[in-house]
Ligand binder design. Sequence first.
Ligand code: FAD
Length: 381
Amino acid sequence: MAHPYLTEDHDIFRKSLRKFLEKEAYPFYEKWEEDRMIPRSFWKKMGEQGYLCPDIDEEYGGSGVDWGFSVVINEELERVGSSLIGIGLHNDIVVPYINSYGTEEQKQKWLPKCASGELITAIAMTEPGTGSDLSNIQTTAKLEGDYYLLNGQKTFITNGIAADLVVVACKTDLHAVPRHKGISLLVVERDTPGFSRGRKLHKVGLHAQDTAELIFEDCKVPKGNLLGVEGKGFRYLMEKLQQERLIVAIAAQIASEEMLRITMDYVKSRDVFGKPVSSFQNTQFKMVEMATDIEMGRTFLDQLIADHLQGENIVTKVSMAKWKLTDTARRIATECMQLHGGYGYMEEYEIARRYRDIPVASIYAGTNEIMKTIIAKNLGL
Ligand SMILES: Cc1cc2nc3c(=O)[nH]c(=O)nc-3n(C[C@H](O)[C@H](O)[C@H](O)COP(=O)(O)OP(=O)(O)OC[C@H]3O[C@@H](n4cnc5c(N)ncnc54)[C@H](O)[C@@H]3O)c2cc1C
């Protein structure tokens, strides 16, 4: 499917990335799912080839290219499997905080290693007691001399075990009115005293994606690790969440396209009552309905990506894309599994994995219900 915002350079880049993934990712993906982890060596290889953070400036280790290249990376990683979303999170969600709000010193210190794969990053907003209501976080950071003393717990953190740098949302002012004005972002480094990992969480899907609890007990974070200005953390999060939602929408669209592709192959090759499953009118109508949803989703998404590349405000439309495309993907997973018959329920068939992986896309990066509250507000309701 054509992407109007992509040029020949992006196509060449996609071809070489595909070749790289055919050699370095596809053959190992099942093993990574069994191991419940993407090996660090893969991150390093991605970095060596320039597939990590290509949009950051060359002086910080990136390639200084437009975000269209990141779209290509996210699409191709999703084609391999949804568990690679932790790499997109690093490239397009966490590193942009450092790139946009970091001081020159912070950027020099961390960005080159983020681009080479030496440093893996995570973002820690969610806590056991609060997810959707971000302004209600209980993790606190109290400035004492040259350090913040950070206390609290985070959960469901992508790259939680592997992360060398964690951007932590915390309260630096407990009395701020409104509450969100008391939120700041601190960068916590791997060996900071008082920082430990909790459980590595067992999930329904995304088995190779590392998701964990993080614990901060009188964790001594240097004052110099504050990102941007104290009290502006919530604003920074709101700004960057748009790109996060766009990435989830892109991944859902690709997952839908992949599920339709593998199901198309399956229904054409499986004979029942002496003819291919694809010859039944029910199958054809289901396939047509899914193909139509996918085409319409692609058109909306492409326009949205183009708008984002132009720097336009996409808050309402990205919220629409996030809920609609993840919802569609979930429905497509169910239909495609059904068309595979019993084989769809077997682990060796890709549709089974896709079926397990897709529901979380309606939950993370802001639940689909939260997306609808944003849209409702912006519609003036
Ligand atoms: C695999 C995975 C990876 C994740 N990665 C990260 C990560 O890297 N970093 C991070 O910080 N977080 C991460 N999360 C957390 C994720 O963002 C939260 O789970 C999500 O925001 C929802 O929060 P919650 O789980 O506390 O649900 P809750 O907020 O408790 O919501 C429960 C239900 O209530 C609904 N609800 C809540 N408020 C409203 C409302 N106003 N109107 C209508 N319905 C409402 C929700 O939609 C949901 O259905 C991850 C989660 C998962 C599962």
